[in-house]
Design a protein around this ligand. Structure first.
Ligand code: BDR
Ligand code: CA
Length: 314
């Protein structure tokens, strides 16, 4: 039986790859895509989701508009990584199928209604700031019972942050939302920089994907050509972490990743360490474990899965 998911994202080059990986997988049923302001403003993340689903000919997937800004802070965006549109790249401009529109219902109400109407527990898969998920949980805490697991991309347990020395982007943007999710009691899995930096795109990965010889794999290559620029400069390497698809890969094959159930809390206010995921890896506090934090990834298995799945896309 397929796993039913809501993919909550801020596309974003790596979010786009996560959408495509999920859409290519019959083991997963996408109940809807909910967008949030993050990498770029909400209008752009919505437009990018429409464009990605148009390109892969999956305009049956419904897309919902969520939070424009974090719960307390102003929105901090990452055009410096993803370009002005959030999905900058060379090659053919992307288009949206003319009758493919954003749904009228907003993302928060969609998440709540979907949880209530689901006949089985569902998975929430956030790959952007956690605002939509947190606001949904605040508005209707009873949805918790209908959520099997939240697998989120965010945080840095035992490595440097990528937005400040202590914070990863998604958690930095909305640390208050992150704590609401972490305090929810729902089973949580954290795909932080610890693992996403073990899943790196390089020239070999791009060349191998191009062997699929379809438009989705060509799109992957174009996306990665742009996305790698920022990382090459920051990390002074030819390797670029492919963060968000880790969430979907975990649903498809959990054996790719391993980690430990520990306590995670997020610093909300400090000017120096806002958005830091404080991970009690050694169990040195009396705080109860609340999150499965991944720290190892098998990149060979990951990229084999990604290439296979992309081979069946248009
Ligand atoms: C996260 O930040 C965004 O730029 C990416 O899409 C990913 O979700 C990585 O820190
Ligand atoms: Ca993202």
């Amino acid at each position: 039986m397929s796993k039913k998911i809501i993919l909550d994202c801020d596309p974003g080059h790596d979010d786009a790859v996560a959408i495509m990986l999920a859409a290519a997988s019959k083991e997963i049923e996408i109940l809807g895509i909910t967008c949030v302001g993050g990498n770029v403003g909400l209008d752009n993340t919505l437009d990018n989701a429409l464009k990605v689903c148009t390109l892969i000919e999956r305009t049956d997937i419904k897309i919902y508009s969520g939070a424009r800004k974090p719960i307390h802070y102003d929105l901090f965006t990452a055009e410096y990584v993803h370009g002005k549109t959030g999905l900058d790249k060379k090659g053919e401009p992307l288009s949206v199928k003319p009758d493919y529109k954003i749904q009228q219902q907003n993302a928060i109400d969609f998440i709540i209604e979907t949880c209530h109407s689901a006949t089985e527990q569902i998975y929430l898969c956030p790959t952007g700031p956690l605002t939509n998920i947190a606001v949904s949980l605040q508005k209707d805490p009873s949805i918790k019972e209908k959520i099997k697991e939240i697998i989120f991309m965010g945080g840095a347990a035992m490595c440097l942050g990528n937005t400040t020395p202590s914070a990863e982007f998604n958690i930095y943007v909305d640390p208050h939302a992150a704590n609401i999710v972490l305090d929810s009691g729902i089973p949580l899995t954290m795909m932080g920089l610890d693992v996403t930096h073990q899943v790196n795109v390089n020239r070999n990965v791009i060349n191998s994907m191009e062997e699929n010889n379809n438009k989705s794999s060509k799109f992957f290559a174009e996306l990665m050509e742009f996305y790698t620029i920022f990382h090459k400069n920051l990390y002074e390497t030819e390797e670029t972490p492919l963060h968000d698809p880790c969430v979907i890969a975990y649903l498809l094959d959990p054996s790719i990743f391993s980690g430990k159930l520990v306590n995670v809390k997020v610093e909300e206010n400090s000017e120096l360490t806002r958005g830091e995921t404080v991970v009690d890896w050694l169990g040195v506090t009396s705080r109860e474990p609340n999150c499965f934090v991944m720290d190892k990834a098998d990149d060979k298995k990951f990229f084999k899965l990604l290439k296979n799945k992309f081979s069946i896309l248009p």
